[in-house]
Design a protein around this ligand. Sequence first.
Ligand SMILES: *Cc1c(COP(=O)(O)O)cnc(C)c1O
Length: 390
Amino acid sequence: MSHLMNTYARQSVSFVRGEGVWLIDNQGNRYLDGLSGIAVNTLGHAHPRFTAALAAQIGTLIHCSNVYQVKEQELLADKLCELSDMQEVFFGNSGCEANEAAIKLARLYGHGRGIESPAIIVMEKSFHGRTMATLSATGNRKVQAGFEPLVTGFVRVPYNDLEAIRQIALHNFSVVAVLVEPIQGEGGICTPDASYLQQLREICTQHHWLLMVDEVQTGIGRTGQWFAHQHTGILPDVMTLAKGLGSGVPIGACLAAGMATGTFKPGNHGSTFGGNPLACVAGLTTLNIIEQDQLLAHATQLGLFIKQGFITALQGVQGFRAVRGMGLMIGVELDRPCGELVKLALTKGLLINVTADNVIRLLPSLVMSQAEAQQLLNILCPLIKDFLQS
Ligand SMILES: *Cc1c(COP(=O)(O)O)cnc(C)c1O
């Protein structure tokens, strides 16, 4: 019997090694990785330049407390701010921690403005993590059930519904921030209207609310820009990052700009591991390789290729609804629950994910080649057709 807590329904496969977009199991079988550890392995597996940079750092300095100056942390903060136009960064170790920092920052900002019980507007079908505050912010009852009492101070509206937010602005004077994913990942690769973020930006500015974008899944080149909100030209007040930032080394970040800058003072927040030299070198090297190898343009181009491949193969097939997403964050929506496709794909040597019951989710590494993407389509499209026609 396993001594692991039973928190995951796991597939019965165990990987021992990776090479690029391939994973090798303990029987020697090879699998094409269409998921990248859920948007984590930005550079694929065992990337030579990434591996060398981490090995060198491990042999130099892995950890050093935040009560001292940490040069790698400052360099990564500089680089993230250069790429995002944000002004300052707090480092943690995961997405939920990045969002915890954002939620705390918003409350502190609200108290600073004399608001006694600050509230944050959050979305239906959102996902922000599984700590108490972030599961309370999450718009999915399954994530919350059994963990009541929830953290208060969240007001929920439908995603992509600006009118609902304008209504709240009329009568709720405790709101201090809006927390939103530029594309909802766990919610089913839901993309809002093209002007949604821009209009949210206007509403937030008008009411002195912080616009906080959760880019934990969409950030770090995933959608073909460094950060997904950059497709819209806006600047948020707070942005959270994690998943792809360290290419597999745990790291999270909460960035602030504009009205949010300077909110935290010594003693307000902290993390023992957050921003240690190893994690920050992982972040810096990830960003450098994306830049050197022009992986943003590649993610855009390959994403279009994959989406077109699905449309060509599935157009007119009964039960196929839509292909959504940007860059290498792609969802294929079917008209019925399709969780069993995960296992079927696994037996064919392909790793995929299904979210929101009926959306096949692909989050391949940014180093996937077009030939590998074609292989992915060659395996997955017939599986989907057979599934829908059975
Ligand atoms: C995965 C995810 C999180 C939570 O990240 P963890 O590292 O698992 O805590 C938060 N927000 C979004 C949008 C995510 O996709």
